[in-house]
Design a binder for this molecule. Structure first.
Ligand code: HAM
Length: 435
C-alpha cells in the first residue's frame, strides 16, 4: 500500500507554534498599549485587493511589483487580484472609499500578514507580519517626529538593544526631477559597472539603482549626485525641523543620502530603524512621507506619513535580548474516581470566575499520569479531586512551582474545603480575596 504523503506549509510561510505564542502576545500587547498612548486607532483591511492598487501605489518599476507579488485571476470571474505585499496602499484605499479623511487628520495603525515572493532566508519570508502606523492628512514635520517617537518608545518598552535610526529626505517632485536628470548622466557615464537590473532601471527608475546590493553598482552609487543636495528651502526647512525635534527628544540618528526605500510613493522624510544583530536583514522598520499617494489613488490630495515594522525581525531581536516566556497557567485540575469529574469541572468554573487560568484534565488516565501532565503544563498548582475529596466536599491543593515558575523543593500539599479553594488560590497569587 502506498504511504500517504505528509503535507507541509508553503515554503517561506511559517506556522507560529504555541511555544512562541507568549512572545507574540507580549509584543502585540505592548504595541497596542503604545499605539493607544499616541492616539492611533486600529484599522483592518482585507488581505486580498485588486492588483492595480499596488501597481499604482507602490510603483511599476519596483522589486515588489516586478517580481514579488502573489497575483492571480479569480477563477470564478477573472478579476485580477493580489495578496497584499504591504498595507499603506490598502489603508489609503480604505480611507478614501469610506470618505474617512476630509473631516480632519486620521491616526491609524494595523497589524497582520503581508506576502512577498522573495527568496526565503533568515528574517525574510514569503508570508511575514507587519505592524504599521499611518498618519493621514498631516503635512508634518511634527507627525514625522511623532511617528519616530512612537517607534523609539516601542523599542524602549521592548528593551531592544542597539537599534539605530537612519534618515534622509527625498525632497519634492521638482527636486527629484532635477536630481534624476543628473543621476542618469552619472549612471550613463559609469554604465559598464552596472548590472542588468541597474541598466534596465537607469531610465525607468534610476533612484532604485542607489538601492542596489551589488558591490560594483554600490560603488557607482556612492559617487552619484546626492538628492539631499538638490533640496529647495521648503524641503530643507522640513528636514531640519524634524532633526531639531528628534534631537530635543534625545533620539540619535544618522543621515544616509543613499536611503531611498524600496517603494515609489515617498517624498521628503524617509527613515529606517536598523540593527546589526540580525545579519543581512537588519532593517526592522521603515517608513516616510507619501504626500502624493492619496491623489494617485483617485482621492483629493492629502499629505501623509507612516511606517511599518517586520514583526518576525523584531521578535528575533527580543529573543536575542533574553526574553523568557513563562507559562501563565495557574491551576491544573486532576480528578479520579466516582463523581470526581463533575466536581472537578465545577470547581474549575468557580476558579475561572475569579480570573484564574485553569485546565481540567480531559479523558481517562491514571492519577500518576495526570500528575505528570499537571507538572508538564507549567501550572503553579495542581488541584486534586479524588473519591475521598468528593465524599468530604474538599480538594487537595499541591504547589508545583514557585512564583517565578521555578522548581519547588519539599512543598507541602494541603487539604481544604472546596468553597475555600478560590480564596486560598487568590491569596497564593497575591490577589485580592473574596469576602
Ligand atoms: P517596507 O520597507 O517594504 O515598507 O517593509 C517594512 C518592514 O517590513 C521592513 O523594514 C522589514 O522589517 C519588514 N519586511 C519586509 N519584507 C519582509 C520579508 N519578506 N520578510 C520579513 N520581513 C519583511 C513598507 O512595507 C511600507 N508600507 C512602510 C510604510 C508605511 N511606509 C509608510 N507607511
Amino acid at each position: 500500500m502506498s504511504k500517504i504523503q505528509k503535507l507541509t506549509a508553503v515554503k517561506g510561510m511559517n506556522d507560529v507554534l504555541p511555544k512562541d505564542a507568549a512572545l507574540w502576545e507580549y509584543f502585540e500587547d505592548t504595541v497596542r498599549g503604545v499605539m493607544r498612548t499616541y492616539g492611533y486607532s486600529q484599522i483592518r483591511t482585507p488581505i486580498v485587493e485588486y492588483t492595480p492598487l499596488f501597481h499604482r501605489g507602490i510603483g511599476e518599476v519596483t522589486d515588489i511589483v516586478e517580481k514579488e507579488m502573489y497575483s492571480f485571476e479569480d477563477s470564478l470571474n477573472g478579476e485580477k487580484l493580489s495578496l497584499r505585499p504591504e498595507c499603506t496602499a490598502s489603508v489609503c484605499r480604505s480611507v478614501l472609499e469610506h470618505n474617512q479623511l476630509y473631516d480632519g487628520g486620521k491616526r491609524l495603525w494595523y497589524q497582520g500578514p503581508m506576502f512577498r515572493h522573495e527568496r526565503p532566508q533568515r528574517g525574510r519570508y514569503r508570508q511575514f507580519h507587519q505592524v504599521g502606523a499611518e498618519a493621514l492628512g498631516f503635512a508634518g514635520p511634527d507627525v514625522d517626529a511623532e511617528l519616530i517617537f512612537l517607534c523609539a518608545r516601542l523599542w524602549e518598552e521592548l528593551e531592544l538593544p542597539g537599534v539605530k535610526l537612519s534618515l534622509n529626505s527625498l525632497g519634492n517632485k521638482e527636486e527629484r526631477a532635477r536630481h534624476r536628470a543628473d543621476l542618469i548622466i552619472h549612471l550613463e557615464a559609469n554604465v559598464e559597472a552596472l548590472d542588468a537590473d541597474a541598466k534596465r532601471r537607469l531610465h525607468t527608475n534610476p533612484l532604485r539603482v542607489l538601492d542596489s546590493k551589488n558591490p560594483a553598482v554600490r560603488e557607482v552609487a556612492d559617487r552619484a549626485p546626492k538628492l539631499i543636495d538638490y533640496l529647495g528651502p521648503d524641503s530643507r526647512a522640513h528636514f531640519e525641523q524634524l532633526q531639531r525635534l528628534l534631537k530635543a527628544r534625545g533620539i540619535g540618528f544618522e543621515i544616509d543620502p543613499k536611503l531611498v526605500r524600496g517603494l515609489d510613493y515617498y517624498n521628503l522624510t524617509v527613515f529606517e530603524w536598523i540593527t546589526t544583530e540580525l545579519g543581512a536583514q537588519g532593517t526592522i522598520c521603515g517608513g516616510g512621507r507619501y504626500d502624493g499617494l492619496m491623489e494617485l489613488l483617485g482621492g483629493q490630495p492629502a499629505p501623509a506619513c507612516g511606517f511599518a515594522m517586520g514583526v518576525e525581525r523584531v521578535l528575533e531581536l527580543i529573543g536575542l535580548s533574553g526574553f523568557n516566556a513563562q507559562s501563565s497557567l495557574d491551576v491544573y485540575v486532576v480528578h479520579a474516581g466516582e463523581g470526581a469529574l463533575s466536581v472537578a469541572l465545577q470547581a474549575a468554573e468557580g476558579l475561572r470566575d475569579q480570573g484564574l487560568d485553569v485546565v481540567v484534565h480531559a479523558g481517562e488516565a491514571s492519577f500518576k499520569s495526570q500528575m505528570k501532565k499537571a507538572d508538564a503544563s507549567g501550572a503553579a498548582f495542581a488541584v486534586i479531586i479524588g473519591e475521598d475529596e468528593v465524599r468530604n466536599g474538599q480538594a487537595t491543593l499541591k504547589p508545583l512551582r514557585d512564583a517565578q515558575g521555578g522548581e519547588l523543593h519539599g512543598a507541602v500539599q494541603e487539604r481544604l474545603a472546596l468553597d475555600a479553594l478560590p480564596n486560598r488560590l487568590l491569596e497564593a497569587f497575591g490577589l485580592e480575596t473574596l469576602t
